[in-house]
Write a protein that binds this ligand. Sequence first.
Ligand code: 5GP
Ligand code: MG
Length: 179
Amino acid sequence: MESVQVKDKSFDLFISEEVIIDKIEALARHINEDLANTQPLFVCVLNGAFMFASDLMKRVKIPCEISFIRLKSYQGTCSEGKVREINGLAESVEDRNVVIVEDIIDTGVTIKYLIEKLKRLNPASVKIATLFLKPDALKTDVTPNYVAMEIPNDFIVGYGLDYDGFGRNLRNIYKIKSC
Ligand code: 5GP
Ligand code: MG
């Protein structure tokens, strides 16, 4: 089993890059069918979703725009339970079909905050595309429209996701050995 060290913690290989890309291809096909003729505005939630957004957008074939927002809710390996907006959205979302592109939905607090914030700006619709969903950790009434993979309630790093700022550059997803 391939293992990596990120700062003071050890992680085991969990999901390979090949599997991630297969799942993203399936998700993109779904979006291409579902959102044809809606000219969606994809909103990538930085930092974690940058790699996912990149691989997803290369496979989205319908006319669309992409923008970025930066939020932060994690400290170390635990959700803070409150969301801080670091950089706001530059584009207008009024009358737009918005698709939030998120790396992972854990408690759902972050995505709920963002949905409510966006809805106050009068978009035509707000949908959610997430690479990972942890169903057992969910504490809010959020139902993502597009989910690439459901995973157990363990802390993961790699493919854009960090541990304390490090590990985002790993190509695969790794799962923590012990919390
Ligand atoms: P939530 O608000 O749903 O509890 O947490 C969402 C955010 O926490 C995600 O956007 C992500 O940045 C971070 N997060 C949640 N679970 C994990 C995880 O297992 N690993 C990493 N690296 N970040 C996570
Ligand atoms: Mg995130």
